[in-house]
Design a protein around this ligand. Structure first.
Ligand code: ATP
Ligand code: MG
Length: 775
């Protein structure tokens, strides 16, 4: 094809080249990790632009995170220049928000709809469960929200679910009522939850063929990365967008112009990396691709360009234990490389210390911090890692941890913004009504809400009628004052810069002032965070001079975990295995390779659970280019308890000669063996716990389930008995030094002290076992 220049096909292997050059209605590229799927997708886009087969506006490329989208845009940009800018490269969610902002008015929403994140939608469900007394039926928020999310991912709405419901089952009737109210409340609030973004776009296309036709005609090329993790709703969306355009559905001025052929579709994926089945992702989307798109072509890639052969051998060995998969073996020409390093720590801290020490060594070998990542299965594992990293002065960042936008003060400030952008949203309004405190208590809120319900208006509207409710003069004044302030700022939402709107709201509401005036030292930090948000809005306006408040809110609500990533940052990246998908690093530490963590306890008994966890382990291994470390701990602190941990079953699946085991430096009787004795012990059939403790030189302590028996830091049995602490007491901790008790919560053995240490920051300690003394 004469339109392609050499750079585009440079260095590609023949199969990759074929995948870039193929022109047909549907293409499936299916291949293992690191074989260049994402690279090929990027080059296909560049090829389409370069050969002028497509305008940038005719391409819709879907990635799994906004970060990946930005990266792809950059790579396309490097290949074809400025053209890349007008293109839709985004996540499913971002693409759908853009479509809905333009089209939601077709079905009763406005363009300023709010996007409820999972915390928001849980808050709403919690409220509904309470109102319906549904908890007496045993409904928990998690169950109800999990089930609603699942149904939405399957494109079931209340009516379709009701059609198949068993009305003799009171539980089902109750669930239906929760689902119905939830849907109603969202619509009243002019809000979509995360699942709706996809589901409602599908609904839009199905219910409004004239709208669908516009997008079917516009997008001539659809490209989807990580196709193995698409759920049914996302699949349906792809189907809608790849239908032939119906001439009659187009507006008159577009009829007879442009192609009516269905858009071409390219999907890339790896069924071995499907890790979102728990969220409704369906491997069948890949398996049945050839059936769904009969004229499709499939291209397989087998050469891996990322990892050494040792790393690939480990990955191949592990994944081959999954049944029901097409066998494919990855190979590389990079060479065997170093062996994998295995390490068995004595505790989570010991393991973290090993990771920190090895990172320092890698750094001395010339590997930059930004090329090193530490993975874990659960967020709780970061605590030990962070403590040791701080102590070792290692620069690090946690991707998708307690995110900036999840902090209470940031949510408060965001709620002010949402309230003026979308006055119909009662959730945001409730959040700020009495924040800072202005005397509008729960009873007043309830009175306002029932007035709103009685008059069928929004909560915000009810506030304007506060003087008709017979409330006290002070409260009435507070409500009307707040309403006036919000109304005034609201006039500027379409024109003013987001930073000016935020500054105005913070000033008028007295929010920052209240934080600054507070005597709680934490409030000073909170005020600074709010200042930081102000800086974020300014940064946004710099990058998007035309950006409105709505644009800003959209951007913020779509930040995904991996989006915190900043490759130039010179820090070690810490993240969960789920977040790691699609990324690559020179050196990877996969920590907590233990039973109950990997596979996770929750998934061990689920059908397909252990296989999905194995794929997660496979994803983790295959992120590494040169160096891979697998580590575990013999004891693991969780939920205030210290439990004996067992090596993960998956470790046994890696051929022993690929791993170079190092003993824990903290172990008393260190042996130079190739594996920790614990691993051999399992083959004897003896219990893990006993052997592990023995191997560690620990006394055969009576390990009782769920009983705290040791301080995880020192390994010594510690019991502070009935040590009584109260707010204001000064204490000394063996690791963190001196500090002041801020608050004591819980009872008996579960009493927890929140301590502000003089130098080590704020920590929560289990009083009974923490290595502390009262001063
Ligand atoms: P994953 O399954 O993890 O998403 P992937 O199949 O998408 O992986 P890429 O991320 O596209 O793989 O590529 C892996 C690495 O290999 C990247 O660093 C990429 O630049 C490199 N690569 C891909 N193809 C080639 C090639 N033909 N020659 C050299 N390097 C290549
Ligand atoms: Mg990829």
């Amino acid at each position: 094809d004469g339109g392609f220049n050499d750079a585009l096909l440079d260095g590609l292997n023949p199969r990759q080249r074929e995948a870039v050059e193929y022109r047909g209605s549907a293409l499936l590229i299916i291949a293992g990790a690191g074989s260049g799927k994402t690279s090929v997708l990027t080059r296909r886009i560049a090829g389409l632009l370069q050969s002028r087969e497509a305008w940038p506006s005719q391409i819709l490329a879907i990635t799994f995170t906004n970060k990946a989208a930005a990266e792809m845009r950059e790579r396309v940009g490097a290949l074809v220049g400025q053209q890349a800018e007008g293109m839709w490269i985004s996540t499913f969610h971002s693409a759908c928000v853009r479509i809905l902002r333009r089209e939601a008015e077709n079905f009763g929403f406005t363009k300023s709809f709010t996007i409820y994140d999972s915390a928001d939608s849980r808050a709403l469900i919690k409220r509904i469960i309470k109102e319906l007394d549904a908890d007496t039926f045993g409904f928990t928020v998690s169950q109800a929200s999990g089930k609603i999310s699942k149904l939405k991912n399957e494109l079931m709405d209340v009516e379709s679910y009701a059609r198949g419901a068993n009305f003799n089952d009171p539980n089902e009737v109750m669930f239906l009522e929760i689902f119905r109210r939830y849907t109603q409340e969202l619509a009243r609030a002019n809000a979509f939850d995360f699942d709706d973004l996809i589901g409602q776009t599908v609904y839009l296309f199905r219910a409004f063929p004239q709208v669908a036709a516009l997008y079917q005609r516009r997008f001539r090329h659809l490209l989807v990365d990580e196709y193995q993790d698409t759920n049914h709703a996302q699949y349906a969306l792809i189907r809608e967008l790849t239908k032939p355009v119906k001439q009659g559905d187009l507006p008159l001025d577009l009829q007879g112009k442009g192609s009516l052929e269905p858009a071409s579709l390219t999907v890339v994926g790896d069924s071995d990396q499907s890790i979102y089945a728990f969220r409704g992702a369906d491997i069948r989307n890949i398996v049945e691709f050839e059936r769904d798109f009969p004229r499709s072509k499939t291209i397989l890639l087998e050469q891996n360009y990322r990892s050494t052969q040792n790393i690939l051998d480990a990955a191949n060995a592990v994944i081959s234990n999954n049944f029901d998969r097409k066998d494919k073996k990855l190979f590389t020409t990079i060479g065997a490389g170093e062996k994998i390093t295995g390490f068995t720590g004595y505790s989570g801290h010991d393991e973290a210390q090993f990771v920190a020490d090895e990172i320092t060594k890698l750094r001395d070998e010339g590997i930059a911090y930004k090329d090193i990542a530490v993975f874990y299965r659960t967020n709780a594992q970061t605590r030990a890692l962070e403590e040791i990293f701080i102590r070792s002065a290692l620069p690090y960042r946690v991707l998708g941890g307690t995110k900036f936008y999840e902090r209470a003060e940031i949510k408060d400030a965001m709620a002010y913004l949402i309230t003026v952008a979308n006055p119909a949203d009662p959730l945001a309004l409730r959040r700020i009504m009495n924040t800072p405190k202005r005397g509008i208590g729960p009873a007043t809120e309830t009175a306002l809400q029932s007035w709103a319900d009685d008059h069928d208006v929004s909560l915000r509207e009810a506030m304007r009628h506060a003087d008709e409710l017979g409330l006290g003069p002070k409260v009435t004044g507070a409500i009307l004052g707040l309403t006036a302030a919000l109304d005034e700022v609201q006039l500027t939402v379409d024109t003013a810069k987001p930073s000016d709107i935020l500054a105005e709201l913070l000033k008028k509401s007295g929010y920052v002032e209240a934080l600054r005036a507070s005597r709680d030292p934490q409030d000073e930090a909170r005020a600074e965070n709010v200042e930081e948000l102000l800086a974020v809005t300014k940064e946004f306006s710099k990058n998007n001079p035309e950006g409105t408040l709505l644009d800003f809110l959209t951007e913020v609500s779509l930040v995904a975990a991996a989006d915190d990533l900043d490759d130039t940052s010179g820090t070690v990246s810490l993240m969960t295995l789920h977040t790691a998908k699609g990324l690559e690093y020179e050196a990877v530490f996969l920590t907590g390779v233990e039973e109950d963590l990997l596979p996770h306890r929750m998934s061990a008994n689920e059908p397909g659970g252990p296989a999905e966890e194995r794929r997660l382990f496979y994803v983790g291994i295959t992120r590494a280019r040169q160096r891979l470390y697998l580590s575990l701990a013999m004891t693991r602190a969780q939920f205030g308890d210290v439990n004996v941990a067992m090596p993960s079953r998956y470790l046994q699946e890696i051929p022993a000669d690929l791993i170079d085991w190092k003993q824990s430096p903290g172990m008393a009787n260190s042996r130079g063996g190739t594996q920790p004795r614990a691993l051999n012990a399992r083959r004897d059939g003896s219990s893990w716990g006993t052997s592990l403790r023995e191997a560690a030189g620990l006394p055969p302590a009576p390990v009782r389930e769920k009983t705290v028996w040791a301080s995880e830091v020192t390994g010594k049995v510690r019991d502070n008995g009935d040590l009584t602490l109260a707010a204001g007491d000064r204490i000394r901790h063996t690791d963190f030094g001196e500090g002041r008790v801020m608050e004591v919560t819980g009872e008996g053995a579960k009493r927890v002290a929140a301590v502000q240490f003089d130098t080590a920051g704020r920590k929560r300690l289990l009083i009974k076992i923490a290595p502390i003394e009262k001063l």
